[in-house]
Design a protein around this ligand. Sequence first.
Ligand code: NAD
Length: 302
Amino acid sequence: MTLTLPDLDAVARDRDEGPGHLVGLVGTGIGPSLTPALHEHEGDAQGMRYLYRRLDLDVLGLGAHDVGRVLDAARLTGFSGLNVTHPAKQTVLAHLDRIDPDAAALGAVNTVVLGPEGAVGHNTDRSGFARSFRRGLPGVAVDRVLLLGAGGAGAAVAHALGDVGVGELLVADADRSRADALAAAVRDTGRVRTAVVGTADVEAVLRGVDGLVHATPTGMAAHPGTPVAPDALHPGLWVADVVYRPLATALVTAARARGARVLDGGGMAVFQAVDAFRHFTGVEPDAGRMLGHFAALVAAGA
Ligand code: NAD
């Protein structure tokens, strides 16, 4: 019997399933994140070779200021891009070749595309909240909205509220200087009037606004409780929570019980991944399929 060498070009052609994608999530405390599963499941469904790695700064013995090293390593090893989370969403800015104006305006990047243009930063927390809001609370009044929490998520949400047409944004945070800085940054965009509200006045203010967006960690397992007294919630209000673990936070449950229209934090979590997937691959993901996968993961206790 004569052994012949396979036609290597033909083998390569047979195996050509389009470009594969290697992406990752950089940050700390990222073990429980559902983002890697959301991306890989969608990549599989699209027939792509898609691998999403966790790059935990604690495990790597690195700090927030070392994110540039991770970026360099990812670029050298062929990553298509990285998601970036706490504590590196701001420190990564110094290592980018270009920043999308929407991300630059809020001073934080959660998605870096590594491609021919170098490292390009985006913020899909902003676009993801806006898309979740339009989908989950269609037609609600947005003349006057109170944002509670002016940290990382709060900043993305504040700018997204400008994107969905909010007229006046009131900002409250336990750290008043954060509320001041965020209100000034949003006001500087020239699209939204802003004011700062003391946390002691939040419940009174809720009587005169269309909606409340909650962006503090209150309601997570480690920070139980509601960020406002449940009795301050009423049927004339819509309430959007960004906390999504659990989805039914004490605030979401209390708001529903008082007849308010409610948006939980799951939509923002999914749509930030939808938008990042598109940035990494250039392919439009199936948002409905990703929402369904997210719901299945949550139902399974992931
Ligand atoms: P952060 O630490 O950057 O900011 C939290 C802010 O809340 C701080 O400014 C703090 O001073 C303020 N704060 C805390 N307790 C307060 C209180 N009782 N009253 C008023 N202000 C208070 O945190 P972050 O990264 O902005 O995350 C906040 C929450 O958003 C977390 O639960 C996180 O899981 C969630 N999050 C959700 C998504 C999503 O996709 N749904 C995305 C990002 C963050």
